[in-house]
Design a protein around this ligand. Structure first.
Ligand code: ZN
Ligand code: ZN
Length: 397
């Protein structure tokens, strides 16, 4: 299952990046397969990458999704138990007098600080009434987990706008008070940390606060293997997608030069996916940069990355389609005109020796709807593939 994150687009002067790009291999995939469009969650619902990936793996996000924090925490490698509460966090710069909640955010990313290892180490030494863990994520980002049996009924402390005061955590009293205590103690530890003294000498903003958002609680989830009797491997460099993989207890692999952006080593990722089929039943290969370029509203950039991906995609066509099923699709559209995810259905091509091939010969938003798959839901995708492979039981007699 190849997920081209945020690839599909809306027309700009009648054209989308996919209609402009030269992409002989993606077109070959469309030609060899059965094609259609797909609402990864439901028509008109704008999917997040986390909820849509859950749906594509057959997990109803309405039932299982409990907020981004938990998925992100799993993605950076923290082990979670049911009931643990996780937040996404940003190192930020705050100024003013009094407690952390009297101070104003002047930079939500603390000058896009990268060297947070020592700060994270110091934060983990804080004394709190519950067990907790802070972990570094990419750049200025981190994850904070409070261990216990909590609900997600707690608010963010990140005001999300520069010039606003740090927010007090509200909601479930028991945990909100602990979060607020953490906020104050974290500020004190960071304010006097030598890294920040050095940053100040170099004229850089102090990373003197941790802003929390996106509370999520870990849930009891049946593993992919329990559900389907098949092993799962997820190949991605993006914490959120790795988190979805760990959420359903799949195996995760990130090739050394996979970056989760447009500089990624596509060849290494495709090779890793094909190699993984020797030991895993289902392999999800996630390629992120299409989405990033959509968020950046970069039409030409998207065209260029499609062509770059395509130059490696011939390897996918070397699969033995009498034994393997290849799905090429996306988790949602990220149109350059919008700069964010939309509910426009995504393109799906499914390849297998026994598939009923249709007349679609071009991989794009306008041709895919003419294919034999018509319009499906994300929750049905895996079942369709398993049926082609004769891996499902009959329903009824
Ligand atoms: Zn996405
Ligand atoms: Zn996105």
């Amino acid at each position: 299952m190849v997920i081209l994150d945020g690839l599909p687009d809306r027309p700009v002067n009648g054209r989308t990046p996919l209609t402009v790009a030269r992409k002989p291999n993606l077109d070959k995939i469309a030609e060899m397969g059965i094609n259609g469009i797909m609402d990864t969650i439901a028509p008109g619902i704008r999917p997040g990458s986390d909820t849509s990936h859950l749906a594509l793996l057959g997990y109803d996000p309405k039932k299982y999704y409990t907020g981004r924090g938990a998925i992100e925490a799993l993605g950076v490698g923290i082990d979670l138990n049911p009931g643990d509460l996780a937040f996404r966090a940003n190192f930020a710069t705050v100024k003013g007098n009094g407690s952390i909640f009297d101070k104003v955010v002047v930079d939500r990313r603390a000058g896009r600080i990268e060297e947070t290892e020592e700060l994270v180490k110091a934060l983990n030494e804080i004394d709190l009434p519950v067990d907790f863990e802070v972990a570094k994520a990419t750049g200025h980002r981190a994850v904070v987990v409070f261990r216990g049996n909590f609900s997600t009924n707690v608010s963010d402390t990140d005001p999300k706008t520069v010039g606003s005061k740090v927010k007090r955590c509200e909601g479930d009293k028991e945990i909100a008070e602990i979060v607020n205590e953490f906020m104050q103690k974290a500020h004190e530890v960071l304010e006097k940390h030598w890294i920040n003294e050095e940053r100040e000498k170099r004229g850089l903003p102090r990373a003197n606060a941790l802003l929390l958002r996106g509370a999520g609680v870990m849930k009891e989830v049946p593993s992919f293997e329990e559900r389907y009797g098949l092993s799962l491997k997820v190949i991605s460099a993006t914490a959120l997608i790795k988190g979805v993989g760990r959420f359903v207890k799949g195996e995760i692999f990130t090739p050394p030069n996979a970056t989760g952006n447009k500089k990624t080593d596509i060849g290494a990722k495709i090779k890793a996916a094909l190699d993984s089929l020797k030991s895993s039943d289902v392999v999800l290969l996630h390629i992120k940069a299409f989405d990033e370029l959509g968020h950046d509203r970069d039409f030409e950039g998207k065209v260029g990355f499609i062509e770059k991906f395509d130059s490696y995609a011939s390897k996918l066509l070397e699969l033995d389609f009498s034994k393997n099923c290849l799905i090429v699709t996306s988790d949602h559209s990220t149109p350059v005109k919008v700069g964010d995810h939309t509910a426009d259905p995504v393109i799906v091509s499914i390849l297998h020796e026994d598939v009923r091939r249709d007349d679609v010969k071009t991989f794009n938003e306008f041709e895919a709807p003419k294919g034999g798959l018509c319009r499906i839901r994300g929750a049905d995708l895996l079942n369709i593939a398993l049926d082609l492979l004769n891996l499902v039981e009959k329903f009824g007699a």
